[in-house]
Ligand binder design. Structure first.
Ligand SMILES: *Cc1c(COP(=O)(O)O)cnc(C)c1O
Length: 364
């Protein structure tokens, strides 16, 4: 935790995530100090301190890092995007190292690993992480094991603790992409993983207006290696983006709770609707995948017919969005053509359902 961005002194018990989301990373409450960290736009600093230059650190990033670090329970480094964090972590593996990843991990992560493999840098092993025996077998000889639970957009859940034990037994590091669950619902460092990764672009920032990523760890040696890589590669966040992400983080728990409550109502109703063949929902969070009975054509049509739901990729914003996932060439061929992924927002659930139902009724 940076000294200049303290979390509030703990009382006789750990603070609840809702309290951390609101308070962590605030400046010291000196008279006339701003309540929250202001935007510090600086490419360089007066010599003699710890920061020295704008690529090495910034008080606004550090406030965001302190807050997310407190929520996940480790030390945080912010990156210019989720993919900057993904590529920095994947680049850590040695020549010819085996990297195990869920077959339905975020498509950018799978693509980056495939690119490393194509350049002779690493060997990729894609597995179905709902199959623990297959995952345990894949972990043997691995250097790095990637966990994503739930996956996107298949929404498969894995036993993070069991996979971590198998990976550690094989001497591998474990990284969990916690973008979907957020630290409000899951804290993978408590399950023993070495690194937690975020596309803070999604729920953490939460307002569809900033690209930013982050990595959190309790391992000081790993933290130092990642900090050095970020300094060298320059994959640093924009100051405005870090400020927006921290502003978003302050309401993370409320947004996640509301999106989840809305999603649970919509899942029940979607399951009853004759235009929907299958609903995938892990039981928590705000992302729902619906496989339409009429397949690809219907799944292409639905996002064009809704008025409240916006046809857009990405997820985790206050606004509800949806898209047919197989419209992306990189999407796994095992994802059904008729699958529509819904990112449920925080609007009124009856308004959301009325808009969806009107369009689904036309597709029966
Ligand atoms: C979006 C996303 C990423 C990539 O993050 P960007 O901020 O878009 O670079 C990584 N992992 C998951 C699960 C994502 O949804």
């Amino acid at each position: 935790m940076p000294d200049d961005a303290p979390v509030p002194a703990p009382a006789d018990r750990p603070l609840h995530p809702a309290t951390l989301a609101v308070t962590a990373g605030r400046p010291k409450d000196d008279p006339d100090a701003p309540l929250n960290e202001p935007l510090t736009m600086a490419s360089t600093y007066v010599a003699g301190g710890d920061r020295e230059y704008g690529r090495y650190g910034n008080p606004t990033w550090q406030a965001f890092e302190a807050a997310l670090g407190a929520l996940e329970g480790g030390r945080c480094l912010a990156f210019s995007s989720g993919m900057a964090a993904v590529s920095t972590v994947l680049d850590l593996v040695g020549q010819d190292a085996r990297v195990v990843m869920p077959q339905h991990a975020y498509l950018g992560s799978v693509a980056y690993l495939g690119d490393l493999e194509a350049r002779g840098r690493a060997r990729s092993v894609l597995v179905d992480m709902t199959d623990l025996d297959a995952t345990r077998a894949a972990c043997e000889d691995a250097a790095l094991v990637w966990v994503e639970s739930p996956t996107n957009p298949a929404l498969e859940v894995t036993d993070v603790r069991a996979v971590t034990e198998a990976a550690h037994a094989a001497g591998a590091y474990v990284v969990a992409d916690n973008t979907f669950a957020t630290p409000v619902l899951r804290r993978p460092l408590e399950d023993g993983v070495d690194l937690v990764l975020h596309s803070a672009t999604k729920y953490l920032a939460g307002h569809s207006d900033a690209l930013i990523g982050a990595v959190v760890t309790r391992d000081d040696a790993l933290f130092d290696v990642l900090k050095k890589r970020r300094d060298l590669a320059g994959a640093v966040p924009g100051t405005l983006e870090a400020w927006l992400a921290l502003r978003g983080l302050r309401t993370l728990h409320l947004r996640v709770e509301r999106a989840q409550a809305n999603a649970q109502v919509l899942v029940e109703r979607l399951r009853e609707h004759p235009a929907v063949a299958e609903v995938r929902y892990p039981g928590f969070g705000g992302i729902v995948s619906a496989v339409l009975a009429q397949g690809e054509l219907a799944a292409d049509l639905l996002p064009r017919k809704t008025r409240l739901w916006v046809h857009a990729t990405s997820l985790g914003g206050v606004e509800s969005t949806l898209e047919r996932r197989r419209r992306w060439k990189g999407e796994a061929p095992t994802i059904p053509e008729g699958l529509v992924r819904l990112s449920v927002g925080i609007e009124d659930v009856e308004d959301l359902w009325a808009d969806l139902r009107r369009c689904l009724d036309d597709l029966v």
